[in-house]
Design a protein around this ligand. Structure first.
Ligand SMILES: Nc1ncnc2c1ncn2[C@@H]1O[C@H](COP(=O)(O)OP(=O)(O)OP(=O)(O)O)[C@@H](O)[C@H]1O
Length: 295
């Protein structure tokens, strides 16, 4: 007789806007009892998911993040270079990583994907040793991540409000960016390092990125006039932003150095979660096929 697969579910109770109290029932109803033994834990504070995953990864064949990109990122970070696979039940505000991986947003369907237990490996990256799964970035997107963190209400509408309020006041930073010591560009509105394609809700910053190609895209979005916004929004949501004159991308397989020259302690974001840095230089590394995921 085959032994059962041990699986741990970690629920972030504050992610997104949907209620999480129905999730344990949905797991009990739809997860295959023949195939799995499972346990459910809840995060109690930011980065708790990372700690729970680190302590438990040797005991489980998969750990499922139930939340948004922040939750996926924290739990995924602990599973890099381990045998334990990362699963996702998307319950966040944007769910960029889950959407990129085509994980269904209906809880029952997402659990059925887990039942199938298809494991594949994806690339991940680090920014000054902090792992990221989908995107990391500097400039306007990090600024929005910071505003989102301080805001009391989550959800997609909050992102829209914050972006419209912040754009005209935002002053782009000066950057020195190099790939293998070759300088490439300075002072765009934002600099994004893309393993996956989107921030969430279909807002696609890097249409050509896939998480299994051993490559990252370094994306620059230039500052644009207000009249360009309707067309840009259309291009972001229709995965056509790479045709915009405000878009530039460079594909790289090795390492990128980003220096922010006008701020001593700039902020950045890791999978949409704002981080404050104690240095103005950043080293981005690619970790090919470093994370097992259930897709
Ligand atoms: N119990 C908790 N109390 C407060 N914060 C928590 C708790 N558990 C986890 N967190 C933090 O909540 C943050 C937000 O979670 P997450 O990113 O999953 O949701 P979201 O921001 O609504 O969705 P998305 O990232 O997809 O837009 C995470 O960065 C995590 O560190």
């Amino acid at each position: 007789m085959h032994s059962k697969i041990n699986i741990l579910f970690i629920i972030n109770p504050i992610s997104g806007v949907g209620k999480k109290n129905l999730i344990p029932k949905a797991i009990a109803a739809h997860l295959s009892k023949e195939k799995f033994d499972y346990k459910i834990e809840y995060t109690q504070y930011p980065s708790h998911g990372q700690k729970i995953a680190l302590e438990n990864k040797h005991l489980y064949q998969a750990i499922v993040a139930i939340g948004g990109d922040g939750t996926v990122s924290e739990i995924g970070a602990s599973l890099i270079h381990s045998e334990c696979a990362l699963g996702i039940i998307p319950c966040g505000s944007g769910n960029g990583i889950a959407r990129h991986l085509a994980i269904p947003r209906k809880i029952k369907k997402a659990i059925e994907k887990i039942n199938a237990f298809n494991v594949t490996s994806i690339d991940t990256g680090t920014c000054n040793q902090t792992p990221f799964i989908g995107l990391c970035g500097f400039g306007f997107d990090a600024h929005i991540a910071e505003a989102f963190e301080k805001h009391t209400k989550r959800g997609f509408s909050t992102y829209i409000k914050l972006v419209s309020k912040a754009y005209s006041k935002y002053k782009p930073h000066h950057y020195q960016i190099s790939i293998n010591d070759q300088e490439v560009k300075h002072n765009p509105l934002l600099v994004c390092i893309a393993n996956s394609s989107q921030y969430g809700n279909g807002f696609t910053i890097s249409p050509i990125s896939t998480m299994q190609d051993g490559k990252f895209e370094l994306i620059f979005i230039a500052r644009f006039p207000l009249h360009a916004i309707p067309k840009l929004i259309k291009q972001f949501f229709s995965k056509q932003i790479h045709h915009s004159k405000y878009f530039q991308s460079i594909t790289f397989e090795t390492q990128v150095k980003v220096n922010i020259t006008d701020e001593k302690t700039p902020s950045f974001h890791i999978d949409g979660d704002h981080k404050q840095s104690n240095t103005s230089s950043f080293d981005i590394q690619l970790l090919p096929k470093s994370l097992q995921v259930l897709v």
